[in-house]
Design a binder for this molecule. Sequence first.
Ligand code: AMP
Length: 216
Amino acid sequence: MATFIVLLGPPGVGKGTQAKILSDRKGLAHISSGDLFRENIKNQTELGRLAQTFMSKGELVPDDVTIAMIKDRLSHPDCRNGAILDGFPRTPAQADALEDMLKEFSGRVDAVPQITAPMDALIERMSGRWTCRANGHSFNTKFNPPKLEGVCDYDGSELFQRDDDKVETVKRRIQVYFDQTSPLISYYREHDKLVEIDGLQSIEQVTKAILSALNV
Ligand code: AMP
């Protein structure tokens, strides 16, 4: 049976970094809703134009278009064995839609690691964050600097700062997480899927904690 893991946690906590590592280790697809939107923005699609109006303010893109985008992504052959979901679901309606979608793929959410960190640490991390243009690899000037300034260690592409990593937008994104996404914590806890992970540990320690909690 396919394995689906939902990474939950506020923006800046390290979901993207962990999702990439877990996807390599487990041989599962990595689905990042934020990366999919950014790709659409880069390609100037209609979805990209719509998403940008919400993303630039730190708000969530509406459920219907987000759900449709993920449903399409899940239908790709690389998701046959499952996927690491990074940034989706972000609302209870998205979580319900995910349950329905996975039934179609005869899968289910197996585990939900919830990575946590205090607000000031999140702001510090996001304002020092640099992202690679080619594949979205993430670095941090303080905690995880690239070997060569401005260049991705993995694919040599240019590193840039995301527009929505500006302090004011970052604060709004964290607030949106607490208002709209945090209800998913109790949702997945009630379904016995939630595992709490301390996001202040090193990248390796967080990966280890997730892997030992997964049991899949
Ligand atoms: P991320 O890269 O996950 O931090 O996402 C960047 C931005 O994309 C978010 O601040 C939202 O504007 C949008 N976004 C990503 N995932 C979702 C989602 N599941 N639902 C709605 N908006 C999303």
